[in-house]
Design a protein. Structure first.
Length: 174
C-alpha cells in the first residue's frame, strides 16, 4: 500500500530513449502516469534529438522533460516510473550503462528536496552536466534551482552541440 502525502509535490522527470518508437513510448509513459489517481502530468517539454552521451557508439536519443504533481513520496514515484518502464519492456538487468534503451525515466527533482538513498538521489546527480536534460527542463521549468543556480542558468552554460528541438510542446497529446 502506498503512502500518500498531504499535498501534491511537483517533481521533474527526464525521459529518453533511442530504440524503437521512442516518441510513442514517451506518450505511453506520460499517459500511464497521468492515469494514476496520485499523479498528474502538469507540463511536458518539446522533443529533442540528442547525440548519445557516455557511450557514444549508438543511435541518437529522443529526450523530453515533464513536470508531474504527485501525492507519492519520492521513493514511490521512482518505483512507479520503474514499473512503467517494465510495462514498456525496458529490462534494466544486465543493461550497459548509458547504452541503448527503448525508454528511460529519471526523477530529476522532487519539490525543493534533497534526497540521498541507495535507490534515489535528488536532484539527479548529473543533471547539471547534461544538455539533454537542461534544455528540455529549461523549456518548462527554467526557475527550478539546483545547486544554487536556476535551470535556465545551468542551460545557458552547457555545451548543447548537436541537440535539436524537433517537436512542439503538445506532441505528447496526439
Amino acid at each position: 500500500m502506498s503512502r500518500v502525502l498531504e499535498g501534491p509535490v511537483t517533481a521533474a522527470l527526464g525521459l529518453g530513449g533511442n530504440i524503437g518508437d521512442v516518441a510513442a513510448a514517451m506518450r505511453a509513459v506520460l499517459a500511464m502516469l497521468d492515469a494514476r489517481n496520485d499523479t498528474d502530468v502538469a507540463a511536458v517539454s518539446s522533443l529533442y534529438r540528442t547525440p548519445p552521451w557516455g557511450l557514444t557508439d549508438q543511435p541518437d536519443f529522443l529526450n523530453c522533460a515533464a513536470l508531474v504533481k504527485t501525492q507519492l513520496p519520492a521513493d514511490e514515484l521512482l518505483a512507479a516510473c520503474l514499473d512503467v518502464e517494465k510495462a514498456l519492456k525496458r529490462d534494466r538487468s544486465g543493461a550497459t550503462r548509458w547504452g541503448p534503451r527503448p525508454i528511460d525515466i529519471d526523477v530529476l527533482t522532487y519539490g525543493d528536496q534533497t534526497i540521498r538513498t541507495d535507490a534515489l538521489v535528488v536532484p539527479h546527480p548529473r543533471m547539471t552536466d547534461r544538455g539533454f536534460v537542461l534544455l528540455p527542463l529549461g523549456e518548462i521549468a527554467p526557475h527550478i534551482v539546483v545547486d544554487g543556480k536556476t535551470i535556465e542558468d545551468w542551460a545557458a552554460a552547457i555545451d548543447a552541440t548537436g541537440i535539436e528541438r524537433i517537436g512542439e510542446p503538445d506532441w505528447w497529446r496526439s
